[in-house]
Design a protein around this ligand. Structure first.
Ligand code: AGP
Length: 607
């Protein structure tokens, strides 16, 4: 989604803004722009396309030392230079960059047009700059405070005024905004990746707050101008974590990191002496955990598929009724919040609008919602009633990979805790821990055989449709396998429970539609093998993801990739990792933009 940055300090702002935007590229965008104030006038440059296009039109001698920048992910209006941000007022004094959606932009536009304002873009955001201009009486911060009260919708805004030197103002409602405190320089950004090269001291701006930065100071207030004391927080990760570090793509780096990211997610959370787990952030006593009668998990995209695996585990192993639901659906169906039900909101970014709004709706109804998140300090972990960080480190590629396996880890540990408090014996708990601790090495051994996945990708990359089929715990893995492939390769891929194909999708099977079957040695194995045979009988090519030594499956499939034999509950990890690598290699074969696939955004902050 859109990214914003603001800078105010002693250095020329333009290169800092462009560099910040480069760090925000991962969020997904289709145009970019900056506006720097130079000698009392606005120096505005914006261009559709990638940052290289913007850089090609930037004059080398822009020296102003405060300004704003934006990467736009189009919502209202096509991808054009004019629709790109920043937007400026007719007098060329005020510039704003906006993330979010102004829902009442049409009525505001009509009114401002009646008042003589001329609109040049098709965006909803342009109303903000004219509105600020109409309310401006010599104080940008004051005008912004009045203007945002007239907006319906969401916003993260940064703004400058040509006549107010060394001042950048930001405001937030529903779109993230963070302040970075440097040495005699200050930053505003939609996320910390944009500024971590300059400072690790940050302040998270909350909804309905306004922040004004000058080179050596900042001020945070509410919309009635009441000062708000904010806590300064420290970003713990290193700049190297948001660099490619010698890899060709972030997606490749993040897939390959999984042995260590899974290990990190477990660290200090498994106790062999008591054969159980410990998740400090849950903020629940043993008594409260025992009282839980139902668990409900919400999420979107990959996080939703992790939630589906978790629901299966928590119910079948933890023996607590559990369901996963798309956050986007929960919010609008007036959900019933039941007593003794624990909710989880799972999100890599912690900013996904669908998940955040659903969480707030559940909280309004009295639910206790815990977060399972990766991005430290994001809105979901801050607003949830407790929760667990998965510690994957920054995930930059738009396609989520390492966050999925770490989300699973948090849920596996939660399952262990719940099961051990109920029926699971010490011995079973010990087995579970042993099996979980083996996963990182097993993942490593799979990744060491990535060449075989590259070969499979080369063979099947030119098919236009692919089905992914699995059952039980591996059904959500099939869904996630299909999502990965379609996201990065643009091949049409669908995931189904293998049992479902006979209810419809089998009509798609012919020589041109390969099926990827996930087959383990669980109780459903024979049924999945029958489904494979049904596909073969209709000349559908079959790729099997199976367990080492499974000669029966290998003999049926046209091609296979075998994973190490493991505890039956651990296959979601071992099957997912090769599917991620398969998607990655397919995207390479097809020459796709692996890290920033078309139309996609990393953090989806609009509904
Ligand atoms: C994952 O590959 C996707 N890009 C997307 O489905 C993502 O998982 C979804 O938007 C939810 O994001 P979150 O985990 O940050 O909430």
């Amino acid at each position: 989604m859109c990214g914003i940055i603001g800078y105010c300090g002693p250095k020329p702002a333009a290169p800092i803004l462009v560099e910040g935007l480069r760090r925000l590229e991962y969020r997904g965008y289709d145009s970019a722009g900056i506006c720097v104030v130079e000698n009392g006038h606005l120096e505005l440059h914006k261009k559709k396309g990638k940052l290289a296009a913007l850089s090609s039109v930037l004059p080398p001698n822009v020296v102003g030392n405060y300004g704003i920048g934006h990467t736009r992910w189009a919502t209202h209006g096509e991808v054009t230079d004019i629709n790109a941000h920043p937007h400026i007022d007719g007098a060329g004094k005020i510039a704003i960059a906006h993330n979010g959606i102004v829902e009442n932009h049409e009525s505001l536009r009509e009114k401002l047009t009646d008042d003589g304002y001329v609109f040049i873009s098709e965006t909803d955001s342009e109303v903000i700059v004219h509105l600020i201009h109409s309310l401006y009486e010599g104080d940008l911060e004051a005008a912004i405070k009045q203007a945002v009260q007239l907006l319906t919708g969401t916003y993260g805004i940064v703004a400058v005024h040509a006549d107010e030197p060394n001042r950048v103002v930001g405001a937030r409602n529903g779109s993230p905004l963070v302040l970075g405190i440097g040495d005699d320089e200050m930053f505003l950004a939609s996320d910390v990746t944009a500024i971590v090269a300059h400072t690790k001291q940050v302040v998270y701006i909350e909804d309905h707050e306004v922040v004004t930065i000058t080179p050596d100071d900042y001020r945070t207030t509410d919309l009635t101008d009441r000062p708000i004391d904010k806590k300064i927080e420290f970003i713990s990760w290193e700049l190297a974590e948001i660099e490619k570090d010698g890899y060709t793509h972030f997606m490749q780096k993040e897939i390959l990191e999984q042995a260590s990211s899974i290990k990190r997610a477990m660290q200090g959370r498994l106790n062999k002496e008591t054969a159980t787990g410990h998740l400090g952030g849950l903020n629940l006593s043993s008594k409260e955990l025992l009282e839980i009668e139902r668990v409900k998990i919400i999420g979107a995209g990959t996080s939703f598929y992790a939630a589906m695996v978790a629901a299966y585990l928590i119910e079948s192993i933890g023996r607590i009724p559990c369901s996963a639901e798309l956050a986007s659906e929960v919010r609008y169906r007036n959900p019933v919040v039941e007593r003794n039900t624990l909710y989880f909101a799972v999100s890599q970014s912690g900013e996904t609008a669908d998940t955040l709004y659903a969480m707030r709706e559940l909280q309004r109804k009295g639910a206790r919602v815990l977060g399972i998140c990766n991005a430290v300090g994001a809105t979901i972990p801050r607003e949830s009633d407790g929760g667990v960080y998965i510690h994957s480190g920054p995930e930059i590629a738009v396609a989520s990979t390492k966050a999925f396996t770490s989300q699973l880890t948090a849920f596996y540990i939660f399952t262990l805790i719940m099961a051990r408090m109920r029926h699971m014996s010490f011995e079973e708990g010990s087995n579970f821990i042993r099996a979980l601790e083996k996963v990182p090495d097993q993942v490593e051994s799979i990744l060491a055989r990535s060449d075989k996945l590259a070969e499979l990708a080369a063979k099947y990359a030119h098919f236009n449709n692919v089905l992914f089929l699995g059952r039980g715990l591996n059904y959500p893995v099939a869904l996630e396998g299909a999502l990965k492939l379609k996201e990065v390769s643009y091949i049409h891929a669908e995931g189904y429970s293998a049992a479902e194909i006979k209810h419809g999708p089998i009509a798609l099977i012919n020589e041109q539609t390969p099926s990827v079957f996930i087959v383990t040695n669980d109780s459903l194995r024979e049924k999945v093998i029958s489904n494979m045979k049904e596909v073969k009988a209709r000349r559908g090519p079959v790729i099997a993801l199976c367990v080492e030594g499974d000669t029966e499956v290998m003999a049926i499939a046209d091609d296979h990739f075998a994973v190490p034999s493991a505890h039956e509950l651990m296959y979601p990890y071992l099957m997912m990792v090769p599917l991620q690598m398969y998607a990655y290699h397919t995207a390479l074969v097809l020459g796709r933009d692996v890290d920033q696939p078309r139309n996609l955004a990393k953090s989806v902050t609009v509904e």
